[in-house]
Write a protein that binds this ligand. Structure first.
Ligand code: ADP
Length: 274
């Protein structure tokens, strides 16, 4: 490189690099280190698998309970008096929160280690992934009386270069938040547009919005806004932190626009498939 050398470059001038075979002692050390890394990787995989298996089992049990509680609330098992119905509704809501926490744990477990090598980049049909995700949340949206509307602009390409499951994680998180932080009987709009070499997805809600402090800190790990906590006491504050990393690892950007008390729109981009 031409020009003035910085301090690092000057230091590097004094380093002499030679190549030789490791001594017997060094070879043993290297072998020990390899074994240690392999052992740590085994422990890590075992832990991740344990969390995944347990969380799936817990979620299955909670989902079974959900339908029984719903049958009681709907009067399918006989009329309830107001006090019984009130208690059943509380049990139902609490069970719902537990389901969403376990779902988040599962997603986080899957995406916790988002090193570049963990991505499987391929041609992904973004429209299909959006439609599937909207379908996955249709039960939850229906219970809250919220309509989720996907608006596709004419002529927008539908394929991106991305990791399909990671893209699903991003959408799940943003759509789930839009439902969580909205009032009942609202509307959530999802759009897909082309923005240069990128596809831009937006999810707009008319929920609690984000405070001024939140606007600065929303992507920090564990941060939760005051109003959001009031609306939905159970939450982890790791979703946005995790998906920001994923969006950026896939060469995109994530941002939002929000007015406190009026609503929020989250945007993210993924590269269009050439
Ligand atoms: P969690 O939802 O579990 O709290 P997230 O990381 O997904 O965790 O979100 C972090 C915080 O960002 C939320 O607690 C909330 O304060 C805010 N937030 C995210 N999405 C929305 C939204 N659509 N409307 C209002 N606030 C939001």
């Amino acid at each position: 490189m031409w020009g003035k050398k910085n301090d690092d470059e000057k230091d590097n001038e004094n380093i002499v690099v030679t190549t030789r075979e490791p001594t017997e002692e060094e070879a043993i050390d290297i072998e020990e280190m390899r074994k240690e890394v392999a052992h740590l990787q085994e422990i890590y995989t075992a832990k991740t698998d344990l969390v995944s298996i347990s969380a799936h089992q817990i979620r299955t049990s909670l989902s079974g309970l959900k339908w029984i509680l719903k049958m009681f609330i709907d009067g399918d098992l006989g009329e309830l008096d107001p006090e019984q119905e009130n208690l059943m509704r509380k049990a139902f809501d609490s069970n719902e929160r537990a389901i969403s926490l376990v779902s988040e744990l599962l997603r986080f477990n899957k995406t916790e280690d988002t090193g570049a090598s963990k991505y499987k980049f391929e041609k992904v049909d973004v429209v299909e992934v959006i439609e599937q995700t909207v379908f996955d949340f249709s039960g939850e949206a229906h219970i809250k009386g919220i309509e989720v509307i996907f608006l596709k602009e004419e002529g927008v390409p539908r394929h991106a270069t991305a990791d399909k499951e990671k893209l699903r994680t991003i959408l799940q998180n943003i759509i789930e938040n839009a439902l969580k932080y909205s009032d009942a009987h609202g509307k959530v709009f999802i759009t897909l547009k082309k923005d240069g070499d990128f596809l831009q997805v937006s999810v707009k809600d008319k929920g609690v919005g984000i405070s001024d402090e939140g606007k600065e800190r929303i992507f920090e790990k564990f941060y939760r806004d005051k109003e959001a906590k009031k609306k939905e006491p159970v939450g982890s504050g790791i979703g946005l932190f995790t998906i920001k990393k994923i969006v950026e690892d896939m060469a995109g950007k994530i941002w939002f626009e929000s007015i406190e008390g009026e609503g929020t729109t989250f945007f993210f981009t993924v590269p269009v498939h050439p």
